[in-house]
Design a protein around this ligand. Structure first.
Ligand code: ADP
Length: 405
């Protein structure tokens, strides 16, 4: 029995998963997080599929992604000595304008992916260094990447373009869209469990620390709220969401801020944190009940409703709304604020089902079905790795989400 490791490397964190391969879907064995990489209080936390805590027996600072991987793997090897890693699957944020499927990773491919680093400077270099570290550690294992941009490559041109002179589009200044691995999972899940809805018009709201929405027809993305970078669209934990570009010019010209300072402001100090002055954790804001925390929540839900209306117009109607991500899966308040008083729009929320985080939280009479589906990005990556190993799908260049449909 062999295993797949999934890796999702961020600027200061590394999420990892261990899956067992068999005849069916890859089965989760353990998942974990290396947090606060580069800081003195770095830590590794993990849990087995049946909910048991896995301890890190060798705590201490962690300098970079290579060391984070080392620590996570040492921990996995100690707890799962039978582990035989035949593939490593990576989440990589940017695959550019062409890549629309998971891709086998080689050193040459990683080199080629470096050219997208300027488009996602806070994520892409970490994803690439995580992948290089995994290649060194597992030179004989198959390596595969799933891209956050890939799911959105089905966008029509009008949804990809900015109204800038055309040369910028040709240089890659486009709306790429992100969170594609999560949307891929939701699309595949709908195909298996609700094929009629999957074939229809669906808006998925991925609401976590990062947040975006995606309009799908027949399980494929036709529009999304994130664009060139992971800053656009909805306000997020610490990111601003949609912003008039004139604000950036003002910050440069009048406030004398450098590009780095503006990036820090827009990525790390804005969103729920900036508006509440309190934090980026929705649970904390919901409980705080201060004027600022209420206003931050109001802005968050106002923008989600606004985008829901816009994406519904793009779709020409709406059959289902799916909530996912940490907030979407757990916050009754946010779902209520987004879907409340929307009878005129075809949405009738069932308050009890919503309070229970049920799978379907709309009433039987609601024209639009409202669902809560926990996302599973790691499973999408593990499936892609399994498909690569079995020389199916990805190796043949077929979209994984279509294979699963
Ligand atoms: P990431 O984008 O980092 O993967 P997650 O999808 O884990 O983020 O979502 C994190 C967000 O989910 C945080 O704002 C957290 O407060 C929120 N969240 C988690 N559980 C709840 C809950 N029960 N109620 C409200 N918000 C929640």
């Amino acid at each position: 029995m062999t295993h797949v490791i999934t890796l999702n490397a961020g600027s200061s964190s590394l999420k990892f998963g261990l899956f067992k391969l068999g005849v069916n879907d890859p089965a989760l064995v353990c998942s974990g997080l290396v947090d606060r990489i580069g800081m003195p209080d770095a830590q590794v936390e993990a849990e087995t599929a049946d909910g048991n805590h896995v301890t890190d027996d060798a705590p201490g600072p962690i300098a970079d992604q290579a060391e984070a991987l080392e620590r996570a793997l040492n921990m996995l090897e100690r707890h799962f000595p039978e582990m035989v890693v035949s593939a490593v699957g990576h989440r990589i944020v940017h695959g550019g304008a062409e890549i629309d499927t998971p891709q086998p990773l080689t050193p040459q491919m990683l080199k080629a992916l470096e050219k997208f680093s300027p488009f996602a400077p806070l994520h892409q270099p970490h994803n690439i260094s995580g992948a290089r570290a995994a290649m060194e550690r597992f030179p004989d294992a198959a390596q595969i990447a799933c891209f956050d941009t890939a799911f959105h490559r089905s966008h029509p041109w009008v949804n990809d373009v900015f109204a800038l002179p055309r040369e910028f589009y040709d240089k890659g200044v486009r709306r790429y869209g992100f969170h594609g691995v999560s949307y891929d999972y939701i699309s595949g899940h709908l195909a298996e469990t609700a094929p009629l809805l999957h074939a229809g018009r669906v808006v998925v709201a991925h609401l976590g620390n990062g947040a975006s929405m995606c309009a799908m027809v027949n399980g494929r993305s036709v529009g999304s709220t994130m664009g060139f970078s992971a800053l656009d669209g909805l306000p997020m934990g610490t990111r601003c969401g949609q912003l008039d570009p004139g604000v950036v010019l003002y910050l440069m010209d009048q406030e004398g801020m450098s590009a780095d300072e503006i990036a820090d402001l827009l990525y790390n100090k804005s969103g729920l944190l900036g508006l509440s002055g309190m934090g980026n954790d929705m649970r904390v804001l919901e409980q705080a009940d201060t004027r600022e925390s209420r206003q931050a929540i109001n802005y968050f839900t106002f923008r989600i409703r606004r985008e829901l209306g816009a994406l519904t117009a793009v779709l020409g109607g709406l059959d289902a709304v799916v909530f996912t991500g940490g907030i979407g899966e757990n916050s009754r308040l946010i779902r209520d604020r987004v879907c409340g008083d929307m009878g005129w729009f075809g949405i009738e929320l069932d308050p009890d089902a919503n309070a229970d985080n049920s799978r379907i939280i709309s009433t039987d009479l609601s024209r639009v079905c409202v669902m809560v589906i926990p996302t599973n990005e790691e499973l999408v990556i593990a499936r892609a790795a399994a498909d690569l190993l079995h020389n199916r799908g990805s190796a043949a260049g077929q979209p994984i989400h279509n294979l699963r449909a």
